[in-house]
Ligand binder design. Structure first.
Ligand code: ZN
Length: 109
């Protein structure tokens, strides 16, 4: 499962970098169009932190709305899919944000 290997590396990174401290919250930024299932991520976080120093740590997920820039008219708009057309009718768009999947920060107790 994609989410499991992803969460596994997040947990591993946090434990390696900050494992000697008590961590209250691990915060991830997830783009709307990243294709990751948030429910699955939460479940995997519990699985991956079990028995580690992060066992009592909360997972906070911040959703990042997707925005696309149109190569035809230069307009920038919120979007729920790159398969949708720009207001000008063009499908030639690129994602500016909304596909991120990153460890944003951790809160140390
Ligand atoms: Zn356009």
């Amino acid at each position: 499962m994609h989410e499991l290997s992803l969460m596994d590396s997040v947990v591993e990174t946090v434990v390696e970098e900050l494992g000697s401290q008590r961590i209250a919250v691990v915060r991830l930024e997830i783009g709307e169009l990243s294709g990751v299932a948030v429910d699955a991520l939460r479940f995997c976080f519990e699985v991956c932190t079990r028995g580690t120093v992060l066992a009592d740590t909360a997972l906070d997920i911040v959703m990042i709305p997707a925005r696309a820039r149109c190569r035809s008219c230069g307009g920038e708009h919120a979007t729920s899919s790159l398969m949708a057309a720009c207001v000008c009718g063009s499908f030639d768009r690129e994602l500016i944000c909304g596909d991120e999947l990153r460890l944003k920060e951790v809160e140390v107790v």
